[in-house]
Design a protein around this ligand. Structure first.
Ligand SMILES: [Zn+2]
Length: 86
C-alpha cells in the first residue's frame, strides 16, 4: 500500500517488467532489445526493431540475471541516466 496508484491515460501503453512482473506505463520502463550478435542493449527511446523486454529499475536487471532466458542482460551497460524517472 505504499505505491500511489495513478490511472494511466488510455493512450499510455502498459508493459510488464520482466524482473519483478510489475505492470507499469511503458514510458516509466526501460526497454532492452535483443541484438543479432547476442546480448541485449538498452533502447531508451523504444524505437529499435527486434524483440524487446522492459525493466523498471537497475534492481530488476540484477533480478533477471538469474533468469537463463535473459542472462545476457547482465552484460548490457546501462547508464543510470537511461532509466526513466518514476
Ligand atoms: Zn521491475
Amino acid at each position: 500500500m505504499t505505491t500511489p496508484k495513478r490511472l494511466a491515460p488510455p493512450n499510455d501503453p502498459v508493459r510488464q517488467c520482466v524482473g519483478c512482473r510489475t505492470r507499469a506505463p511503458k514510458r516509466t520502463l526501460l526497454r532492452f532489445v535483443a541484438v543479432a550478435q547476442g546480448g541485449w542493449e538498452p533502447d531508451p527511446r523504444a524505437r529499435r526493431d527486434g524483440r524487446g523486454v522492459y525493466l523498471c529499475s537497475p534492481q530488476c536487471v540484477e533480478r533477471v540475471k538469474k533468469n537463463k532466458r535473459y542472462k545476457s542482460l547482465a552484460t548490457a551497460a546501462v547508464p543510470s541516466a537511461a532509466w526513466p524517472a518514476h
